[in-house]
Design a protein around this ligand. Structure first.
Ligand SMILES: Nc1ncnc2c1ncn2[C@@H]1O[C@H](COP(=O)(O)OP(=O)(O)OP(=O)(O)O)[C@@H](O)[C@H]1O
Ligand SMILES: [Mg+2]
Length: 300
């Protein structure tokens, strides 16, 4: 039986998809049987949390977009962040990745305090993200888009481009090889030489994930990676996320498709009007009356 939160979330997602600018029309959704639940990988509890945030706030003029938001993500988890449109999910990503200065809060990455200052510093600290509205270099090739992501981890990049030292040339070759490997990993290796904007919508989202992985992140933060995807693409995405986790990474995921989230996430935090209204394993969160109310009350 489909729960009321799923139905409400589907309507919410449809509204968001209708409002979002799309680079290419998604293919029509074929009938695909629901995927079996993914067995949760037991997270390593003896290690420090990958991410621990407490008391994060963000105000835009008169709007309190985030209010005392906290969450703790353990290594190896797929952690979900859900909530109705405008709840503050993307703002939270922008705060933890340095795009917005928080008004307050404590921030810890792998047991060490970090200051979410500049996006580049955040990438070096070990967080990589994708964007709700795809941000690729449309006129560059698919491979080059991933190579750009890799440069954050290399030393020779800037000087080397000018001097063309042997070390720089070798590093460039290594970057190229690693970028191709990542494209193969996300399933679009055959499109390496294609111009990025000519990829299908679903493949552009995969390219964004490959580019984020190029920074070798401990935490991969994905803002609505399934938006605009059909059922087949969503299944492939789900498999990819499980593979990324099996590769030793931790994932923080924003997604409106509640069914996808319930089968995939180890834990979920629910935001509404900038506040945490629920946190727990998917089965608990799905039954939480405050969560059902937030979704049903979101203008529907
Ligand atoms: N730069 C900004 N300036 C002013 N207000 C903003 C800014 N960014 C976000 N907001 C507001 O903050 C609130 C939270 O927005 P946010 O984009 O974080 O929501 P969301 O949960 O990601 O929603 P959606 O599911 O629609 O993507 C909204 O009311 C939004 O209009
Ligand atoms: Mg958003």
């Amino acid at each position: 039986m489909t729960s009321s939160i799923e139905q409400a979330a589907q309507r919410s997602a449809a509204a968001a998809a209708a409002a979002a600018p799309v680079a290419a029309a998604p293919a029509p959704a074929p009938a695909v049987p629901p995927a079996p639940a993914v067995p949760a990988v037991a997270p390593a509890t003896d290690r420090a949390p990958i991410l621990r945030i407490a008391g994060a706030g963000k105000r835009f003029g008169g709007l309190q977009a985030l209010s005392n938001v906290g969450l703790t993500i353990l290594p190896g988890q797929i952690y979900g962040l859900i909530g109705p449109n405008g709840a503050g999910k993307t703002t939270f990503f922008n705060v933890i990745t340095g795009l917005y200065q928080p008004d307050g809060g404590t921030f810890e990455l792998a047991g060490k305090p970090y200051s979410p200052s500049a996006p580049h510093a955040v990438a070096r600290a070990g967080i990589a993200r994708t964007f709700q509205n795809i941000r690729l270099f449309g006129d560059m090739t698919v491979l080059e888009n991933v190579m750009v992501g890799r440069h954050v981890r290399t030393r020779q990049a800037v000087l080397g481009a000018i001097l063309r030292h042997r070390a720089a040339r070798e590093e460039e070759a290594a970057i190229r090889a690693r970028a191709q490997e990542l494209l193969d990993f996300v399933g679009i290796g055959r499109f390496a030489g294609r111009t990025a904007r000519h990829l299908s919508y679903g493949d552009q989202r995969r390219l964004e994930i490959a580019r984020a992985l190029a920074t070798d992140p401990q935490l991969l933060a994905l803002d609505e990676p399934a938006a605009g995807m059909n059922a087949t693409e969503k299944l492939a995405l789900r498999e990819l996320l499980v593979k990324i986790r099996a590769d030793g990474r931790t994932i923080l995921l924003i997604e409106h498709d509640v069914k996808l989230m319930m089968g995939l996430c180890d834990r979920i935090t629910v935001l509404d009007y900038g506040k945490v209204i629920a946190e727990g394993v998917p089965a608990e969160v799905q039954k939480n009356p405050a969560v059902i109310e937030a979704y049903l009350g979101a203008g529907h």
